[in-house]
Design a protein around this ligand. Structure first.
Ligand SMILES: Cc1cc2nc3c(=O)[nH]c(=O)nc-3n(C[C@H](O)[C@H](O)[C@H](O)COP(=O)(O)OP(=O)(O)OC[C@H]3O[C@@H](n4cnc5c(N)ncnc54)[C@H](O)[C@@H]3O)c2cc1C
Length: 389
């Protein structure tokens, strides 16, 4: 088989890139090691920056998000028993949109199928080859046969544990990493959200987040030690602990119900440099991970796609390599700023093992300054809604 761009990974970055390329008349094939339903079973991000919304619309897969996504003009920061609203819209002119990653992925998959895009699911052992020559190719196994795809470029959209970054480990790649000493226990439940916007709560017992996927589906998180397991947390224990970490007036309004998903995600900051190796590009989680506190993971995948799509469009349209040459640098400049923001939100809102009562007071003082200083609120809002591409 021959294509122009072979895309490894059918998550948000692979699907979005594939659709933008197809719309521009650039042939591409997507490979994923698992099947469609498995991918759609993963519960992940839910807050979309305006740039991500715009890209989904540009891809032609934005209709349901437009109809069902919830536009949020603000977020609440809760600490010391109080909560304060950060008015994102009035501070930056831009809101965020709450729409689940599962739904966004489903929309992109459906649109790809409807427009005749090629996706090969259950493709095991996908491997990029010869990407430092003029004739790169990808191999994969399916139904007992090894297949080969000749291509011009390979997009490594295969997530943090994928094969593409692993393949370039001995080619001068630098990995920057910070592991946080806690994780997030998340619950998904078909109950109305406690508040119409998200509440990020700092408390002496640890961080909590009141989030949502729709007006009838809520997502709540608790900071937990990495030694905890989701199975050891009953729903009742989760709701009791959540009530203790959020302000009393919010806890009183909390509607609880049975969880339909419960899992623990470790928190990590990770950036690989560079993101290009010949004709192989690392995109999205394949190249970087942020802790979810700043709601940036999925949005960074989208901005990477934007830069790479522009580069590939320039290559095929104007025969210019300037865009693909600039991809790694442009993407990394934005990635590091989002990594800084995600790290700072994580540091500000979580309880760290060695911070003690002094650390708690410092966090509360910083939060108090943040919500009462227009300049500080504006800086937070500007980063939260997403820095410009
Ligand atoms: C538990 C969890 C919770 C999260 N919560 C949030 C959140 O609240 N907010 C936020 O902004 N972000 C969150 N994120 C991050 C966000 O989900 C990711 O940034 C986003 O999924 C990145 O998209 P991607 O397409 O780059 O990677 P992925 O979504 O990981 O997709 C990669 C795809 O590649 C496939 N693949 C992997 N290896 C291979 C291989 N060898 N061959 C072929 N295919 C392969 C995988 O099956 C997968 O389909 C969360 C992530 C996790 C894991």
């Amino acid at each position: 088989m021959r294509t122009q761009v072979a895309i490894i990974g059918s998550g948000p970055s692979g699907l979005l890139l594939g659709q933008l390329l197809s719309n521009a008349g650039i042939d591409n094939v997507i490979l994923d090691r698992v099947g469609r339903e498995y991918i759609l079973g993963r519960i992940r991000a839910g807050v979309l920056e305006a740039g991500t919304v715009q890209l989904l619309q540009q891809a032609g897969a934005g209709a349901r998000m437009q109809a069902e996504g919830l536009v949020h003009d603000g977020i609440d920061l809760a600490f010391a028993g109080r909560h304060h609203r950060i008015d994102l819209k009035s501070l930056t002119g831009s809101p965020v949109t709450v729409y689940g990653q599962t739904e966004l992925t489903r929309d992109l998959m459906d649109h790809r199928e409807a427009t005749g895009g090629r996706t090969i699911y259950d493709a095991s052992d996908a491997t990029p080859h010869d990407f430092d020559t003029a004739r790169p190719f990808v191999t994969y196994d399916k139904d007992g046969t090894t297949h080969r795809i000749e291509c011009d470029f390979i997009a490594g959209c295969d997530g943090f544990h994928g094969i593409c970054r692993a393949t370039v480990q001995d080619r001068g790649i630098r990995n920057f990493e910070k592991i946080y000493p806690f994780g997030w226990l998340g619950i998904l439940a078909d109950i109305p959200p406690v508040h119409h916007e998200l509440i990020y709560a700092n408390s002496e017992r640890g961080f909590a987040l009141c989030s949502q996927r729709s007006r009838t589906r809520s997502r709540y998180y608790l900071q937990v030690p990495l030694t905890d397991t989701a199975e050891a947390w009953s729903d009742a224990a989760f709701w009791d602990e959540l009530r203790r970490r959020i302000p009393a007036d919010v806890a009183e309004r909390l509607v609880t119900g049975p969880s339909i998903e419960k899992s623990i995600a470790p928190l990590r900051s990770f950036v690989a440099e560079p993101l290009r190796f010949g004709s192989l590009f690392l995109v999205g989680d394949a190249g970087h991970i942020v802790p979810p506190t700043g709601a940036k993971g999925l949005n960074l995948a989208a901005s990477d796609v934007h830069y790479l799509f522009e580069g590939l469009q320039g290559f095929y349209g104007e025969k210019s390599e300037a865009g693909i040459d600039a991809y790694s640098g442009r993407a990394l400049a934005r990635i590091w700023k989002a990594s800084r923001f995600s790290w700072s939100m994580t540091t500000l809102l979580h309880k760290f093992p060695d911070s003690g009562a002094f650390g708690q007071k410092i966090q509360e003082a910083e939060l108090d300054y943040l919500v009462h200083s227009t300049a500080a609120s504006a800086a937070l809002a500007e980063n939260y809604v997403g820095l410009p591409y």
